[in-house]
Design a protein around this ligand. Structure first.
Ligand SMILES: [Zn+2]
Length: 97
């Protein structure tokens, strides 16, 4: 995943969703940001989405393989957390805890 400066650290999440690029259900992994919502990357094609909008594709060779590898790592990381962990994190981020 490309590094973006001044970004709040997100909570690792994973979902099975229909990928518009692959046109089938895929594993998606990414990070959830309390105020922005999740950014998710398809493990099939490497495309990423936020708020239903596909991110611009990187202009470099081999980016899909890199994005897919990063998404697999995030998928595994997200597997260490439960929905309750996520809810707790979100409440803290929102300042409601
Ligand atoms: Zn895909």
């Amino acid at each position: 995943m490309s590094v973006i400066v001044c970004r709040a650290p997100g909570f690792p999440v994973r979902y099975i969703l229909r990928c518009p690029t692959c046109k089938q259900r895929r594993r998606f992994a990414g990070r959830d940001y309390a105020w922005y919502g999740p950014t998710l990357t398809c493990r099939g094609c490497g495309d990423s989405w936020s708020n239903g909008e596909r991110h611009d594709r990187p202009r470099r060779r081999g980016w899909r393989a890199l994005e897919i590898a990063a998404a697999k790592e995030l998928w595994d990381e997200a597997g260490h957390y439960t929905k309750a962990d996520h809810d707790r994190w979100l409440m803290q981020e929102m300042g409601a805890a």
